[in-house]
Design a protein around this ligand. Structure first.
Ligand code: IPD
Ligand code: CA
Length: 254
């Protein structure tokens, strides 16, 4: 199967999961840790996505937020069945299904679907990124003063929360405005299609950003870690931007 065909499969799985999530009735919620929840629907969504992907590609491995799986493989699907569980369980409309395909250790396909807005972001390595089938590109915003910056709070890990709060005043004072959506996958896509200019967060997990990474970078964006020479793909400490603003934003995080 080509990467383009994998992308079409990811889209099919994401739309099917989205349709199921939008139809849900009452569901059980469990607390994973103090500020971290999982619902019955997260598990149902992950099972549906896994079945859809692996029945079409039995040779591939799977790694999902709720059930884990392969940490390496020649072909591996990396899935967050609901990115933004806190939003979803309270009825906020921003939550996303995030499906990435990794080939020989490199992220190659990204699909992020937001059922609440019916926006489907799709990207294949080397082939660009689209929103609902139309090509997208990062913004041309060149100065922080004009920038909308998305900030995740890192609120589940005390040292990340402290570091985020420490940089917040300088960031807020020097940009146009700050947003907190509650879904990292969607944050990356907002930078990818130019409605926002940067997104930063500490302590993400691979399944939160794998698909958004492909969408962002294929739309011309840049993705690094917070510290000099830090690889955000490895650490989950993510600075993303349209590229033009990257070092100026990073400067404000020091
Ligand atoms: C969370 C969301 C949120 C981000 C957290 C993530 P989840 O994912 O992406 O925006 O701030 O760091 O863990 O738990 O809803 O899948
Ligand atoms: Ca999740």
């Amino acid at each position: 199967m080509t990467l383009r065909e994998k992308a079409a499969l990811a889209e099919r799985a994401a739309r099917a999961a989205g349709a199921m999530l939008e139809r849900h009735g009452a569901f059980k919620v469990k607390r994973k840790s103090e500020n971290d929840f999982v619902t019955e629907m997260d598990f149902k969504s992950e099972a549906l996505i896994r079945d859809t992907l692996l029945s079409a590609c039995p040779e591939d491995e799977f790694f999902g937020e709720e059930t884990g799986g392969a940490t390496t493989a020649p072909g591996r699907w990396i899935v967050d069945p609901i990115d933004g569980t806190t939003n979803f369980m309270r009825g906020h409309r921003l939550y996303a299904i995030s499906i990435a395909y990794e080939q020989d250790g490199a992220l190659a396909v990204g699909c992020v679907y937001c059922p609440g807005t019916d926006e489907l972001f799709l990207a294949v390595r080397g082939e660009g990124a689209t929103l609902n089938g139309r090509p997208i590109h990062v913004s041309g915003t060149a100065v922080p003063r004009d920038a909308i910056v998305h900030l995740g709070f890192g609120h589940r890990i005390p040292k990340n929360m402290e570091r985020t709060l420490a940089v917040f005043p300088a960031l807020l004072a020097s940009v146009s405005d700050v947003r907190r959506t509650g879904t990292a996958a969607y944050d990356l896509c907002c930078v990818a299609d130019g409605r926002s200019d940067s997104y930063v967060e500490l302590g993400l997990n691979l399944y939160d950003y794998a698909a958004g990474y492909v969408v962002l970078t294929e739309a011309g964006g840049k993705f690094t870690g917070w510290d000099d020479d830090e690889d955000g793909l490895k650490t989950g400490n993510v600075v993303s931007s349209n590229g033009l603003l990257h070092e100026a934003i990073r400067e404000r995080l020091r």
